[in-house]
Ligand binder design. Structure first.
Ligand code: FHN
Length: 586
């Protein structure tokens, strides 16, 4: 298909308008007054964000010249992210640029890519128009270092994808890197580079139809700051007032752009009161690497989609197509499996909001007004689903996978609702029980024992008391959240919890303390008893170890508080704290 070519005058006009605009940002070509975050009413903002909040699931595509070496340079694996090969392998521009002559993705089929995304249940696609390597994956009049002028392919795949997305009802979006390794002026003459950056954004905002999102990245460069991010937002909105912009337009801070972008991890508490989208790879790399076979399972990916949605976020799941223009088969297989699950259960994802529950031992929950979608990962062996702390009155429950919505038996047991389930789950990965309520959900999220009687008190549920100690969410590892910065011995943490019956419990603490920083003392107190413990410097501040520190006895059921207070802090910090576990003793 021959892409529609703009006649030069129109393109010239765009560039002139963009360049003029940079110089007088206060005179947007579309309105007398430039858009500002402050001027946008909540109603207008919610209207602009609505499709994003409904969508919940999108496809990220990292595609460019880096797919040619595919992670290998001079016969060696060049390191983790395929799209960083120019940096990882320290490839000079004059040796990287010739890759363009080898980039001829003859198997590229825009309609096929969009169908793969659509059939997976994805509602939007974000593709790299320019990554850090500075290569433009679109026909730009501002450079010849682009796919039409520099490669044998000679076509504009983004034009073809824009059309295919429109045909299939998928929002089309661009990822665009502020950092640019190809243009030395990004470091030597930033105002000059900025004119190029703005000019290309003007082309993308003019030539590809209405865009859903402009997904900025590479914002960490020292030449960029939050004020320039605010200017860039105005510029973008002057072309497309309804577009959504991520927080990397600024410096990836909470109030930059329209939403947060945790990468390769899911914040345990989501980002309450804020729109956010977790972006993740399906293996370990964004750009294609021929030797990266570390694929996440379909179970893991479906659970991640549910987990993210249950915390009020979107899931932007990445594919890294090959230099031939094919999405790798393992990605296609996993997306098909996700689509099969979404075909039955999409109602429990699209347009839902975060769970009202602090924690559910068997799975997750999403919500749509007075309807709860209970995603059961671990099907109860006794076929009784205990919904803890739900004070609202349920009106009905049924399996989402049951087309006739046959009613499931419901009964109340104190603060819990118990739903009777069939012996076998309809879906081995995640089965959805719909629970309809009389009015909006009222939940008592007091911490209670798990089904095995044990009680787990986590960092994310702790009350922190003091000026320094805080809850820390890390990046991308399973040890990603803990209580940190515990340098002041007057700072302490606490939990409230409820026991339904008396008992004696063994107490274990999971924490980390770097080698040489041990020797501090703390006291754990609950039910009028005190357990003292000393920290041991093991390896590092994120190598967690569990130690038993004694037993506590609760003589009757009821509500209790548990506190942890430092006695002495030997070196810099008491510990990085993760969990207290109370295990019932016979
Ligand atoms: O450096 C990039 C990386 O290559 C990739 O594009 C990710 C995707 O969000 N963003 C940056 C790292 O934060």
């Amino acid at each position: 298909m021959k892409p529609r070519k703009f006649s030069t005058p129109i393109t010239l006009l765009i560039i002139v308008a963009s360049l003029l605009l940079i110089n007088c940002l206060s005179c947007s070509p579309r309105s007398s007054k430039p858009w500002t975050r402050e001027d946008e009413t909540k109603k207008a903002h919610d209207a602009r964000m609505q499709w994003f909040r409904d969508a919940r699931f999108g496809m990220f595509i990292h595609w460019g010249l880096y797919a040619v070496p595919a992670g290998i340079w001079n016969g060696k694996d060049a390191g983790r992210n395929g799209e960083w090969i120019m940096d990882h392998a320290k490839i000079p521009v004059d040796q990287y640029k010739p890759l363009a002559q080898q980039f001829n993705p003859t198997k590229f089929d825009a309609r096929q890519w969009v169908s793969i995304a659509k059939n997976a249940g994805m509602k939007y696609i974000v593709i790299t128009s320019k990554h850090h390597d500075g290569f433009s994956l679109f026909d730009s009049k501002l450079t010849d270092y682009d796919i039409v002028d520099a490669t044998p392919f000679k076509r504009d795949p983004l034009k073809e994808l824009a059309l295919a997305c429109r045909e299939q009802g998928i929002k089309f979006c661009f990822y665009h890197s502020i950092m640019d390794w190809y243009r030395p002026e990004q470091k030597t003459d930033f105002p000059k580079y900025k004119k190029f950056l703005y000019g290309q954004l003007g082309e993308l905002l003019t030539n590809y139809g209405p865009l859903g999102i402009l997904w900025f990245d590479g914002e960490w460069i020292p030449q960029w700051d939050r004020a320039q991010g605010r200017e860039l937002e105005q510029f973008v909105h002057s072309f497309q007032p309804d577009i959504i912009i991520n927080n990397r337009v600024g410096k990836r801070e909470r109030d930059d752009g329209d939403y947060g972008t945790p990468e390769q991890f899911i914040p345990n508490t989501g980002i309450p009161g804020h729109d956010w989208e977790a972006c993740m790879t399906m293996n370990d790399t964004w750009g294609f690497k021929k030797n990266d076979h570390h694929w996440k399972s379909k179970e893991d990916l479906i659970h991640k989609l549910i987990d993210i949605t249950s915390k009020g976020g979107n899931f932007l799941l990445n594919v890294g197509p090959t230099a031939e223009g094919l999405i790798p088969a393992p990605s296609v297989e996993r997306l098909a499996a996700m689509g099969k699950w979404m075909k039955t259960n999409g109602e429990s994802i699209y347009g839902t909001t975060a769970s009202p529950f602090r924690y559910l031992p068997w799975g997750r929950c999403t919500r749509k007004a007075d309807k709860l979608y209970l995603h059961v990962f671990d099907w109860p062996k006794d076929a009784r689903l205990v919904v803890p702390g739900l004070l609202s009155t349920p009106t009905s429950a049924y399996l989402l996978a049951d087309p006739s919505h046959r009613k499931l038996p419901i009964k109340r047991q104190a603060d819990n609702i118990v739903i009777g389930l069939p012996k076998t789950p309809p879906d081995l990965i995640a089965s959805v029980v719909v629970l309809c309520l009389k009015g909006s959900p009222q939940v008592d999220n007091t911490i209670r024992p798990l089904s095995d009687g044990s009680l787990e008190l986590w960092a994310r549920d702790a009350q922190t008391h003091g000026s320094k100690v805080c809850y820390h969410v890390g990046h991308g590892t399973s040890l990603s959240d803990y209580i940190s910065d515990w340098s002041d011995k007057n700072d302490w943490i606490s939990w409230e919890f409820k026991l339904d019956k008396p008992g004696t419990f063994a107490v274990s603490v999971t924490a980390a303390c770097a080698k040489g920083s041990g020797g501090s003392e703390y006291v754990l107190s609950t039910a009028g008893q005190n357990l003292s413990a000393k920290t041991k410097g093991i390896k590092s501040w994120n190598k967690f170890k569990t130690v038993n520190i004694g037993n506590v006895k609760f003589s009757k059921p009821g509500r209790y508080q548990l506190t942890i207070k430092p006695k002495t802090i030997a070196k810099d910090n008491l510990m990085n704290f993760k969990t207290v576990k109370l295990t019932p003793q016979p």
